[in-house]
Design a protein around this ligand. Structure first.
Ligand code: GAR
Length: 192
């Protein structure tokens, strides 16, 4: 299962995926490209480190979606890279028809809350401010809704008395780094 990783920033989840692949823990899944919508983002440095092409692709003039022609260009680049599957690992843009029609049922997203609670931006901050006792992370298929597609897996993180928002966030990120590679492995083996 050849897949592309799309990310927007630090790329710790992309790195967890690439490390799992390097260590032989990704089943039949093989990353063929990393694409990023922010020029100079750290995620782009992972390409060289793991031997997978990583490139900035201009998303167009909007902040939370693509311009229509750039969305088509993204799809073309992903297909040209040989990918049949797309993993959104911290990608901060909503995908529309060009993506959904090009990769039907073959796009997954990672979100830092227990969906359907706290969709959208800053899932960790939303949960923290609400005062939840537990939150976590979700991997789900992407459909036309925002963070509303079918859930594949979730991990629960408890908010302890001595947690700060930063320590709570770190625990959620640690959980993300485990479940996202594991879901990719299971999908590639037909187990999810
Ligand atoms: C992750 O926490 C991911 O769940 C979140 O962005 C972060 C990316 O971190 N994604 C979203 O909020 C999507 N709506 P990373 O760049 O270090 O992997």
């Amino acid at each position: 299962m050849k897949f592309a990783i799309l990310g927007s920033g630090t790329g710790t989840n992309a790195e967890a995926i690439l490390r799992a692949w390097r260590d032989g823990r990704l089943g039949n899944a093989c990353p063929v490209a990393v694409f990023c919508d922010i020029a100079g983002a750290r995620i782009l440095s992972l390409g060289e480190k793991y031997g997978v092409p990583a490139r900035f692709l201009d998303p167009g003039k909007f902040r939370t979606k693509f311009s229509p022609e750039r969305e088509v260009a993204y799809v073309e680049e992903i297909k040209n890279a040989g990918a049949e599957f797309v993993v959104l690992a911290g990608f901060m843009r909503v995908l529309k028809t060009p993506f959904l029609e090009a990769f039907p049922g073959k796009i997954i997203n990672l979100h830092p809350s227990l969906l359907p609670a706290f969709p959208g931006l800053d899932g960790i901050g939303q949960a923290w401010r609400y005062g939840v006792a537990v939150s976590g992370c979700t991997v789900h298929y992407v459909d036309a809704s925002v963070d509303g597609g079918a859930i594949i897996d979730q991990a629960v993180v408890r908010r302890e008395k001595n947690d700060t928002q930063e320590t709570f966030a770190q625990k959620i990120h640690d959980a993300e780094h485990v479940i996202l590679p594991d879901v990719i492995r299971r999908i590639s083996l037909g187990e999810a």
